[in-house]
Ligand binder design. Structure first.
Ligand code: SF4
Ligand code: SF4
Length: 457
């Protein structure tokens, strides 16, 4: 296979420059969407029965997709626990059925899952099989990471996905978690898997082909030039717009949602967005950040602010939100029904909020659990969640302040309430988790800091 598989034709489409937003009707036209910025604040209420979320049409693909997609990585579990390593615990089929029914009734037609999401494909497949095939689009992935990079393993994974999802074609197939050319070569080129994937596409078993990206700004162009991709999935949210936190030994370079988005839009490639709420972190911001958001948009929750930021970008094909219960789904459906995009000044405001958010020193964990299982038993995302619940109080030098003392106590209680074997102090610094984290978090170093803090308070 040549480096250049297919060269994209002259670039047309949409471009997002600075804070100005422009859309080309060649690629995108909004349907059922309110023009103009959000000017009236309306308290959140459930979208009436019979209404649908706004959609966008992507002419080149011939698809009309609801602006909001149901991410199936954090589906409800029977235990009710969706945090930490929860996605591998038994999922609640009945609850998922109800969510899928509500989603389809309200115009969500994009459902995103992956073999790497535990039971998700099976449960999502069961829920969707109760609906006509024409009423939903399935997105799944080739998650051939972690020693599964052979041709046979890749083929088997794709066939299993079809079986689990009870379909005979995949609408949107993604090469999962591409970071750089070396990863593409190992997992897809050298073993012949990419050629096989292209054969499946030619035969109609894959309708649209793309990849999910977790590399640096410098890594994206080479991957984009490999093939005439139908779409690309990137991490995009207001906190990561200017720069994502990165940094463990093997990773250098910068990643920013702004660069990735503008690059893809400049190439005329629809942008699929993951982590618009940063794995829930932007829904559970500190009180200081929440207050600033509330003053500007009293009707929007922190999560709704984050989702509106993403939905306001015209090159975004679908905003995926990993919803864990009906309440979240209903609020998100309400937000994307008669969607009110942010004005340019709202977008600029969100960049300032990002600076404030970052000053709180949160660990940029999205609770994806790709780093799990830890051989020593540590619940990595669970410990990071506990730290993030009090990060500003843990990092401030004003340790005598009443609110700081209370937050630190609350942190310690949560930390100690964990079983001993899953706490940060069980980490043996083996570094097994490091290369698995798509956020490139210095996991053992952060765990060591959490251990120290817990011992000191
Ligand atoms: S470095 Fe620590 S957290 Fe990571 S896999 Fe090893 S023991 Fe687990
Ligand atoms: S530490 Fe990284 S891999 Fe692990 S859950 Fe958080 S973001 Fe995902």
């Amino acid at each position: 296979m040549d480096d250049k598989i297919t060269r994209r034709e002259a670039l047309k489409g949409i471009f997002f420059t600075g804070m100005g937003i422009a859309a080309s009707s060649l690629l995108l036209k909004s349907q059922n969407s309110s023009a103009g910025p959000r000017t009236h604040q309306i308290p959140w209420k459930e979208a009436p029965a019979g209404t649908k979320i706004d959609s966008r049409t992507w002419d080149k693909m011939g698809e009309t997709l609801g602006m909001l997609g149901l991410g199936c990585m954090r589906l409800p579990t029977l235990s009710g626990d969706t945090g930490g390593y929860g996605r591998r615990r038994p999922l609640d089929q009945e609850a998922v059925n109800k969510m899928v029914d509500y989603a389809i009734e309200h115009g969500i037609n994009y459902f995103d899952t992956a073999p790497a999401y535990g039971e998700s494909e099976v449960v999502t497949g069961k829920a969707l099989s109760r609906h006509p095939r024409s009423s939903f689009k399935i997105a799944t992935k080739l998650s051939n990471m972690n020693g599964r990079a052979t041709l046979e393993a890749g083929k088997q994974m794709f066939e299993t996905s079809l079986k689990n999802l009870q379909v005979d074609y995949i609408d949107f197939l993604l090469l999962h978690n591409l970071q750089n050319m070396s990863g593409f070569n190992t997992r897809f080129r050298n073993n012949g898997l990419f050629d096989w994937i292209l054969e499946q596409k030619a035969s109609g078993r894959i309708k649209h082909l793309g990849f999910s990206f977790h590399g640096t700004n410098d890594d994206l162009p080479g991957l984009v030039d490999l093939y005439d991709w139908d779409f690309v999935q990137i991490q995009l949210n207001y906190a990561d717009w200017k720069e994502m936190s990165r940094g463990w030994g093997g990773s250098s370079g910068t990643t920013s949602s702004e660069f990735l988005y503008n690059y893809l839009v400049g190439k005329g490639i629809p942008v699929l967005v993951m982590e618009p709420v940063k794995g829930g972190a932007l829904a559970n911001v500190s009180e200081g950040v929440a207050t600033v958001l509330r003053e500007r948009h009293p009707d929007l929750s922190p999560a709704a602010n984050a989702l509106t930021f993403v939905g306001s970008l015209p090159g975004v094909m679908v905003t995926l939100s990993g919803m864990s219960n009906m309440e979240q789904l209903k609020e998100n459906v309400s937000l994307f029904t008669d969607f009110k995009p942010f004005s340019d000044s709202d977008m600029a405001f969100m960049h300032n909020v990002a600076d404030l958010y970052k000053s709180k020193g949160q660990i940029p964990c999205t609770a994806c659990s790709y780093c799990m299982p830890c051989p020593a038993g540590v619940d990595i995302p669970g410990n990071f969640k506990i730290f993030n619940s009090a990060s500003d109080a843990l990092l401030t030098s004003e340790t005598g302040r009443k609110d700081v003392v209370e937050k630190r106590k609350a942190f310690l209680n949560l930390y100690n309430a964990q079983e001993k074997g899953i706490r940060a102090d069980a980490c043996i610094s083996c570094n097994t988790c490091l290369p698995k984290c798509p956020q490139h978090i210095s996991i053992p170093q952060h765990l060591e800091r959490i251990r120290e803090l817990a011992a000191r308070i």
